[in-house]
Design a protein around this ligand. Structure first.
Ligand SMILES: [Zn+2]
Length: 293
């Protein structure tokens, strides 16, 4: 996402310390802020953060974000919405999942060799806790959550290899006929995203054009005797024109590139299907590096 924005030199609106809107090169933090901001889903929310009584030595108050369920006031349909509330909630879940994933990767330790393909995604059927992987006497999935937290006995452990084999088989069976359709869907989604970026780029060009016009008018109105101000306004006008031209050129170049079609030919589609049916065979071969963890 951030790469797409930067590739297209798209900027995002921010408020500066005077409360004016300025357009800035996006950072990951800014995008996360936009994704988490309920105003984009049209809602007015009060009480998203909670200040603790403690303060930093600098005098700054420590605040933490409350989970959505603890927000004090939520008034939906307050602003024009860019996305509906359900979609907003889904995005919040995705963000917190990504964060959990990140934290788990931080704490899971160095990945070890061995298949155990379900590492981190297998839950115990008996007690419902997440199972870990142990590498003694071959790989095995272990449910030791209760044992660790309450000091009881191990809930259960199962050898990993036969389970992995079943899951891999089921995975290939499910994925095989669906692959091409999925690829097409992914292409459609990609195209829709590209179109959205195109619209954003067009809007940005409009904005730059308006700014250049404004700068031109300001320059026209200045008293020519007032040389210092005239020179400064001329400099601003030229700068605005330069920015506009760069944005227009970049947009045209991208348009030209996009028009080169990248649709799969029927022959390529057949190749793709054939490759898909060989995947299980490749999977069994040990001489290929799969990047397994
Ligand atoms: Zn268990």
């Amino acid at each position: 996402m951030i790469r797409s924005l930067r590739d297209r030199a798209l900027t995002v609106p921010r408020r500066n310390r005077f409360g004016d809107i300025v357009w800035r090169v996006p950072t990951a933090g800014m995008l996360a802020g936009i994704l988490k901001n309920p105003a984009y889903a049209g809602a007015f929310v009060y009480g998203r953060t909670q200040s603790c009584h403690a303060r930093y030595a600098s005098g700054k108050i420590i605040s933490r974000r409350r989970p959505m369920a603890e927000w004090k006031i939520v008034v939906k349909d307050r602003y024009p919405a860019y996305l509906d509330w359900e979609r907003y909630e889904r995005i919040q879940i995705m963000l917190s999942d990504n964060h959990a994933e990140y934290k788990r990767n931080q704490t899971r330790g160095a990945p070890r060799d061995g298949a155990a393909v379900l590492q981190g995604i297998v839950w115990c059927g008996r007690c419902g806790h997440k199972m870990g992987v142990e590498y003694k006497n071959g790989n095995r999935y272990v449910c030791n959550f209760l044992a660790r937290s309450q000091g009881g006995a191990l809930c259960q452990h199962l050898p990993a290899d036969p389970i992995d084999a079943c899951v891999v088989e089921a995975f290939f069976a499910a994925v095989n006929p669906a692959e091409l359709a999925e690829l097409m869907l992914a292409k459609d989604a990609r195209q829709q995203a590209d179109e959205a970026f195109d619209r954003a780029e067009e809007q940005q060009i409009k904005r730059l054009r308006y700014q250049a016009l404004l700068a031109e008018r300001q320059y026209d109105r200045v008293d020519p005797d007032n040389r210092l101000i005239a020179a400064e306004l001329e400099r601003r006008w030229e700068g605005a024109l330069r920015e506009l031209r760069q944005a227009e050129d970049a947009f045209e170049r991208r348009r030209a590139m996009q028009n080169q079609s990248d649709d799969l030919t029927p022959a390529e589609q057949n190749d793709f299907i054939a490759a898909g049916s060989q995947l299980p065979e490749f999977w069994q071969r040990s001489d290929i590096e799969w990047g397994r963890k």
